[in-house]
Design a protein around this ligand. Structure first.
Ligand SMILES: [Zn+2]
Length: 102
């Protein structure tokens, strides 16, 4: 990793320049995101709604607002589908939704 301040070539894993101490780009620009594999597994444990919400936050962290927006659309589509299925099946775990007592 080359230092942007002084041009010294540092090791790939270095977080700071060995010569001038400046933070190196890779360490500097790292954005914490949700592991895509974890997101997929969580959608089995919880619902796809949950994982598309995480995906949305991933895209936002990566600076891709258009992709974040399209993930958000899926979030609403899945949520609408899920509530429709819950109403048709008589509610979650046999508990009927209050707004639809029929
Ligand atoms: Zn440097």
């Amino acid at each position: 990793m080359e230092c942007t301040q002084c041009g010294t070539d540092n090791g790939a894993q270095s977080k700071f320049c060995t010569k001038c101490g400046a933070p190196l780009a890779a360490a500097h620009n790292q954005t914490p995101i949700w592991n895509p594999l974890t997101v997929t597994s969580l959608s089995f444990v919880f619902t796809p709604i949950f994982s598309s919400d995480l995906q949305t936050s991933n895209w936002r962290s990566l600076g891709q607002p258009e992709r974040a927006a399209s993930s958000k659309v899926w979030f609403y589509v899945k949520q609408a589908y899920q509530s429709e299925m819950q109403i048709r099946s008589g509610g979650v775990f046999g508990v009927k939704p209050l707004l639809n007592p029929a």
